[in-house]
Design a protein around this ligand. Structure first.
Ligand SMILES: [Zn+2]
Length: 325
């Protein structure tokens, strides 16, 4: 029997959770950990459907009544909660003693479980320790370490893995009517760092344009600093009035560009995080010495550190520029 046919990548989860479901020996509580858009909801949905589906060839079959309801978030026994405070957790504690109406199990999916305050987590603990039969919890979180040890020890932790560029591009081409040029799609996908959810979100034309603009201005900033263009002074002064967070964001993204330029100098096949083509990165990197690139990385890191301690934006940018001379 095949399980999780539609889950892209995440072979470890397919293996551990999939075989537990096939054997009927799944845990009553799972923590699914991973960044935004990494498929945590999809995994909780597919697992719930696989558990309830009665098909014998493939789980979930996606065709039966329960699969359709669960996969469309339309099943009364598979519920999603945002429960960060104790009152909200108490409602879940009451609900777990109701009986399932259409499925064999009641599934409770807690979104952003890392945002639960300690009182809420403690309130949930008893439900995880002695859950009624036929109750399954999925706690979705970005960082399982933000959950109490007592919670973590009562659940099995599954970690999502970033998808490859090829996996994301092929999914988008097969499942969406995306029609912009491939070069734009590649820029979106490289910016997603392996998150399908982020990439899908960025297909919205307004969002993708904003992303392309922001990538272009980050690269312009880096190249102007490396070249010490005549306009670099004006470029920096225009940033003096920016919000602190915006400056920090630009500096952090600049580090990604510089990181690519540094690694491509060492190996022409190095995997990149900003540039979509190794040839392009190599050509740009060839104009600067490795020392110049690394010095700018150091200066920006120092600037980011200082900005974290309320250093002035103008002073920070000016000293980054001074280090380039
Ligand atoms: Zn089914």
């Amino acid at each position: 029997m095949e399980i999780f046919k539609d889950l892209i990548g995440n072979e470890d989860i397919k293996k551990t959770l999939g075989s537990a479901i096939l054997k009927g020996e799944f845990s009553h509580a799972y923590i699914i950990e991973g960044p935004y858009g990494s498929g945590k909801h999809t995994i909780a949905r597919l697992a719930s459907a696989a558990i309830m589906c009665q098909n014998t060839d493939t789980l979930p079959c996606k065709k039966c009544n329960l699969c359709q309801k669960i996969l469309n978030d339309n099943c009364t026994d598979v519920r999603f909660y945002n429960a960060f405070k104790i009152d909200e957790v108490r409602k879940i504690k009451e609900a777990i003693y109701e009986s399932a109406t259409e499925c064999d199990y009641q599934v409770f999916v807690l979104n952003d479980a890392h945002k639960m305050n300690p009182q809420a987590q403690n309130a949930l603990l008893l439900s995880l320790e002695e859950p009624p039969k036929n109750v399954i919890f999925f706690l979705l979180c970005q960082d399982a370490n933000m959950l109490l040890e007592t919670i973590r020890s009562r659940a099995q932790i599954l970690r999502t893995k970033p998808l490859t560029k090829e996996q994301i591009i092929s999914y988008i081409k097969r499942n969406t009517d995306y029609s912009a040029p491939d070069s734009t799609l590649e820029e979106i996908v490289i910016s997603s760092y392996g998150s399908l959810g982020y990439a899908l979100d960025m297909l919205n034309p307004e969002k993708s344009q904003a992303l392309l603009d922001s990538r272009a201005s980050t690269e312009k900033f880096v190249i102007s600093m490396l070249n010490l263009d005549t306009g670099v002074g004006n470029l920096l002064s225009s940033m003096f009035s920016w919000q602190r967070e915006r400056v920090k964001e630009l500096l952090s993204s600049s580090l990604v560009v510089l990181r690519d330029l540094a690694v491509i100098k060492k190996s022409k096949n190095a995997p990149l995080c900003f540039y979509t083509s190794q040839e392009q990165a190599k050509e740009i990197a060839s104009k600067y010495s490795l020392k110049k690139i690394l010095d700018l990385i150091d200066a920006i890191n120092e600037g980011l550190y200082n900005l974290g301690f309320n250093a002035s934006i103008a002073g920070t940018l000016t000293s980054i520029l001074a280090s380039c001379n």
